[in-house]
Structures are given as C-alpha cells and as structure tokens.
Design a protein around this ligand. Structure first.
Ligand SMILES: [Ca+2]
Length: 385
C-alpha cells in the first residue's frame, strides 16, 4: 500500500516536472556565453539557426600547463576542439606525449577528439638535416627535465589504462600533415589555431599547404615577451639571452615564418601571463573545489605537487586558452607589426616590432585578474555544461 502511494506521488511529481520543462524558456541558461547551451529538445521554429561553432585545433607541447589549458578548453560548449597536435621540438617526448593526450581525452570522456603527431625537432634541424637540438639543449627543460612532461609529475597514473593499440605512438602514427587539411576541408564554421608550444607544425602546414592560410581565421599564440624580459633563465640555464620566451626561442625560424604569414595572430606574451603567477591561495581555492570534478582535482594535485618541488609557474597556456574562449578578459591590447629575431646570438627568439618586415599582430598586454576565478569555475563545472 505504502509502495503504491510512493509510486503515485512519483508519477505526480514527474508530470509536474515534464509540464514545467515544456514551458521552460530556451534562454533559461546562465552560462554567460551567449550561444552556449543548444540542448533544447524543442527549438522554436521562428529562431534562426545558430551559426556554426568555431573549431579550435590545439598545437601543444604536452607539458604541465598544456594539460591545464586543454582540460579547461574542453569545458566550453560554444567551441569545438577539433584535434590535439603534440609538437616535441622543446619540452616533450612524442611517445609519452601522445599517450598522455589520449589518456587526458579518455579521462574526460572525449575519445572523439583526434590526436595527430607533430615534429620532434625544430625546423632549423629538419631543414638542414643537422639534428643538433641547438636551441633545445641550451634551455634546461625545467628542474626535473622532460620527466615532468612525460609523466605529468606522476599524475598520468590517474588516467585510464588504454588498451587500444591505436591510442599509442606506433610506427606510422598519423602526422598532422596527413590529417589536418582534410579535417579542415570538412568544417563549415570558423577555424582557429591555438599554439601552446613551438610554431614548428603550423609553419610546415603553411609551407606545404599554403591554401590553409586563407582558411584559418586566427592563431592564438602563447609566446614571446614584448615589453618585459624573456624567461630562458631557468636554473642551470646557459643562454645569455634575456629577451626571448621559451616557446618562440625553441624554434625561432618557424615562429618568424608564422608571424609574417599574414594570418591574423593574437599573441599572449609574458607581458600578460606574468600577472598570473600560481600562488598558494590560488591552489587552496582550487583545492576547495577539487571534489566537484575530477579535472579540478587533477589540476589541484598537479599544482600542489609542483609547488612542493619549489617551482614557480604561471597560468601561461591557460591564459592563452582563456583569451581564445572569452576575449572579454582582455584589458589592454595593441596591434603592432611584429617579427622574430633569428640572427643575433643574444636576442634569438625575441619578439620585436618591425615596421619593415613585420605583419600586424594583436598583442595582449594585460588581462583581467578575474581569469583566476574563471579558470577555477570552469574546471569545476561539468564538461560542456
Ligand atoms: Ca606549452
């Protein structure tokens, strides 16, 4: 008897719920990003169709802040992540890098996103055949070397074990040049690139498929230092260069080619990211929300581990992803004609204003401190809410 009463009450509640859902306004989502949502089952016929979402391809060097930026960007519903391209001219090794990216995607239930291999060397080596790692070997790759990237400071153990041999780096693994042009041809909406490492792969894509330059709406680049010093002076570093930033320095020739390619560029340099050091209170705040989603928990564990090593890092790659996803966080931006120095020993990789050879680049000089909160909020929300 009691059981049938409960059943009846449940049925009444369900009826009310369905009735209220049927009258719910489609604008009743509060994600603050305009064309987000899109999950309504009864679209009003009078509404014009939504424009296609931008598709972003993420060129990355599979390092600690790349993981953070990719996880964060996968939370947004108003853009699609079309593919991940690891480039290992600098901080990563290709085998572990590819495995970790597939692990990250499986962890976030996003096995639909493809991974295509980039290059393992800078363009100067690939073009000359002299694989001397001339830039890479002068930069100590963080205190613990590439091991940091290879294991995500041990946190790749939290990713699911992958049993599919295709989700690993194997001989003949698809390269970005084999897959990206076709993938781009099948996309109707805007296409943007996000570069979180060296510009090697984008340079070669434009060299081999010049028509792609017309199809890329904008490249967002984390890199460069315009009015602030560079960051090559890690412990044990031996580069007498106080101007260059790592991503640009590790393949300056490619960076220069991309900067003068004529494709619209938004640069998020150290000028902007220097304002976003990761301090203890930020880690503590993230820790308070670490249980909400496994991504927030993962990034909290990552930052707490890195802090325990005594290393100072900033929201480098996440801020570049943040500007792409939500340009309203930009506080100060200038457009200048910019190139990259490739021929002066103590300034190689420097991003410079050059009104002769440079092409216009939008340079973000300052972003809103709100980004700290935006980053934590996004990470602690369910994916693609
Ligand atoms: Ca990176």
């Amino acid at each position: 008897m009691a059981r049938s009463l409960v059943l009846f009450a449940a049925l009444v509640a369900l009826t009310f719920l369905l009735a209220s859902l049927a009258h719910a306004s489609p604008s009743n989502n509060n994600n603050g990003h305009g064309n987000g949502g899109g999950h309504g089952h009864h679209p009003r016929p009078s509404r014009s169709p939504q424009p296609p979402k931008p598709t972003v391809f993420i060129f990355n060097d599979v390092n600690i802040d790349d993981f953070m930026a990719i996880k964060y960007l996968l939370k947004y519903s108003h853009l699609e992540v079309g593919g991940l391209i690891p480039g290992c001219a600098g901080f990563c090794n290709m085998g572990p890098g590819i495995q970790n990216l597939f692990g990250l995607l499986a962890y976030m239930d996003r096995d639909d996103v493809p991974v295509w291999a980039g290059e393992a060397y800078a363009s100067a080596e690939l073009d000359s055949g002299n694989y001397s790692c001339k830039y890479q070997k002068t930069v100590p790759l963080f205190p613990r070397g590439k091991v940091w990237a290879d294991t995500a400071v041990g946190l790749n153990q939290r990713y699911p074990r992958l049993t599919d041999p295709q989700r690993n780096y194997y001989p003949g693994f698809p390269q970005v040049y084999d897959r990206l042009p076709q993938a781009m041809a099948e996309i109707d909406g805007p296409i943007v690139f996000l570069s979180l490492g060296t510009l090697t792969e984008i340079d070669y894509l434009f060299r081999r498929f010049p028509e792609l330059k017309q199809r890329v709406d904008r490249i967002y680049i984390m890199g460069g230092a315009v009015n602030v010093p560079g960051n090559l002076f890690f412990p044990r570093g031996n580069v007498p260069n106080t101007y260059a930033e790592c991503n640009i320095y590790l393949d300056p020739e490619s960076a220069r080619n991309v900067f003068i390619s004529g494709v619209p560029i938004t640069l998020i340099p150290l000028d902007a990211t220097d304002d976003f050091p990761i301090a203890d209170d930020f880690i503590a705040e993230l820790g308070q929300k670490a249980r909400r989603t496994k991504e927030a928990g993962w990034v909290h564990a990552l930052l707490a581990t890195i802090k325990a090593f005594g290393s100072n890092i900033s929201l480098w790659d996440p801020l570049a992803a943040g500007v792409l996803a939500d340009p309203s966080i930009v506080v100060e931006q200038v457009t200048v004609n910019m190139t990259v120095v490739i021929d002066q020993y103590t300034q190689i990789g420097r991003t410079v204003i050059d009104n002769v050879e440079g092409k216009p680049v939008e340079v973000v000089l300052k972003a809103s401190q709100d980004f700290y909160d935006i980053f934590i909020e996004k990470l602690s929300q369910r994916a693609r809410y």
